[in-house]
Design a protein around this ligand. Sequence first.
Ligand code: HEM
Ligand code: HEM
Length: 223
Amino acid sequence: MDDQVVKRIKVWDGFIRSFHWLLVIAIATLYFSAEEGMMELHFIAGFFTLALLLTRLIWGLIGSKTAKLSALLHSPIAAIKSFKQTNEPVGHGAAGSYMVLAFFALLLVQLVSGLMTTDDILTDGPLVQYASNNVVEWAGWLHHTNFDLLFYAIILHVVAIVIYRIKGKRLVKAMVTGYTDKEAGNAEVKVTKSPWLAIVIFVVLLGGLLMTWGAEPLSYLVS
Ligand code: HEM
Ligand code: HEM
């Protein structure tokens, strides 16, 4: 009867959970500030998101087992099969991994295009000065169009989470508390690392961005 014993194991470390919920707040802020024309806030939230995503990618190389980028690589067949599996491995499932990789790509495109976008009035992204007019025009188009794709991906993501919930998987609870219940036969005891190194990396990156590209918008924002 061993395989019916259920163990509570930690699946998401503190950094992954903070990354996720801070990302949700940051994207809402970025959308709101763009709509309201609050470009200083948009830039600061953009640099915050850039530091967050870069830290996540670095954590994908040196972080917890469930955060590893290598753990996100699965064949399309494994992804299709994973819809039918009831006992998936600890961490992102194969289909979910495609979603995560799509988010990382969409966010990178959104951030890099933003750095080269201008509002044609007062505010230029920090890389506009190094790019030709054609590139800046194209980056502005990309920043606009890619946001639509990001928006649809978010809707799909939330719908998928709701469907998993209906099927009995409490994924949100795990992303909030860090813990999930697994059958003991399949559970590994320790898959997460302490988040401190990730927090230090994030603070250094954010500090660097705010002191350089962020100094001007930040001074407008606080004055
Ligand atoms: C994930 C991060 C980001 C998101 C989700 C985002 C989202 C958006 C959205 C929805 C718009 C309005 C687009 C439109 O109406 O056509 C916008 C405009 C803009 N964004 Fe971002 N943005 C992000 C990062 C950045 C960054 C890092 C910068 C530069 C530092 C930036 C600079 C701009 C500028 C200058 C505009 C105004 C474009 C215009 O007036 O035509 N964005 N952004
Ligand atoms: C701006 C909106 C959102 C974005 C950009 C986003 C992005 C992401 C990303 C990138 C991951 C992978 C986490 C990692 O490994 O680093 C993820 C996972 C997850 N997200 Fe979101 N998310 C958003 C909104 C939400 C909302 C509103 C919910 C709750 C309903 C949610 C629930 C989850 C859950 C439960 C996971 C873990 C999935 C799994 O177990 O494989 N997300 N999300």
